[in-house]
Design a protein around this ligand. Structure first.
Ligand code: CA
Length: 229
């Protein structure tokens, strides 16, 4: 049974989440503020944390930083804040994904499944243990570092490959622009989001059936990119 820690101070939302999550066989623990969230995260070792950013005693970002000090548990942020700076701050602090209120329960559950997918099988907690990512359009061999469309090998530049590797090893998860820039280009280039637009467009031309309406390499405007398997 997947254990989820719900950190939220709105009792009605907590109740709705509890009912929906328990109906889907999640074991639910609840915290109404950041202090209890940090205690429960340590005591109960949840498999995933759903975290509201606006908490009565501290900013949810501080909860993310506190948990990330000792745990890689997936954190799905839930917030009424709409600005992309807040979302990016949460992602850069170590959140795995972000849902803006009001949200549909279906969307939240889909994001929860994506966030916990990498933990389903023992020994596969590290995303780099995945060796082959197959879609209807292309196949990525992460060991041989090759991409195939049908029988045909797709030639990628090292930069294109690096981007694709990061995205496909985190299926369904939003990867922030700043994280991609940091990992692929280094700390000097954290503001150069135009690089990402150029290289993602190249990847789509090489991998998507309809590059202007991507099916697999999705842009989250102002935030980052997501590989939808
Ligand atoms: Ca709140």
């Amino acid at each position: 049974m997947t254990r989820v820690l719900v950190v939220e101070d709105d009792p009605q939302l907590v109740r709705a989440l509890r009912i929906n999550l328990q109906a889907r066989k999640f074991e639910v623990a609840e915290a109404g503020d950041g202090g209890s969230a940090l205690r429960l995260a340590a005591a109960h070792k949840p498999d995933v944390i759903v975290l509201d950013l606006g908490l009565p005693d501290m900013d949810g970002i501080e909860v993310i930083k506190g948990v990330r000090g000792w745990s890689l548990v997936p954190i799905l942020v839930l917030s009424a804040r709409h600005t992309s700076e807040d979302k990016i701050r949460a992602l850069d602090a170590g959140a795995d994904d972000y849902v803006t209120k009001p949200f549909s329960m279906d969307e939240l559950l889909a994001r929860l499944r994506a966030a916990t997918r990498r933990q389903e099988a023992p020994g596969t907690a590290r995303p780099d243990k995945v060796t082959l990512v197959a879609t209807d359009e292309f196949t990525v061999d992460l060991v041989a570092k090759k991409v195939l469309r049908g029988e045909r090998a797709v030639r990628l530049t090292p930069t294109e490959w690096h981007l694709l590797e990061i995205l496909t090893t985190h299926p369904g998860r939003l990867i922030s622009q700043s994280r991609l820039l940091l990992e692929v280009w280094g700390p000097t280039y954290r503001e150069n989001t135009n690089y990402l637009r150029v290289y993602m467009a190249q990847l789509r031309r090489k991998l998507e059936a309809d590059p202007s309406h991507p099916r697999y390499l999705i842009t989250e405007p102002g935030m980052g990119y997501r590989f939808e398997p």
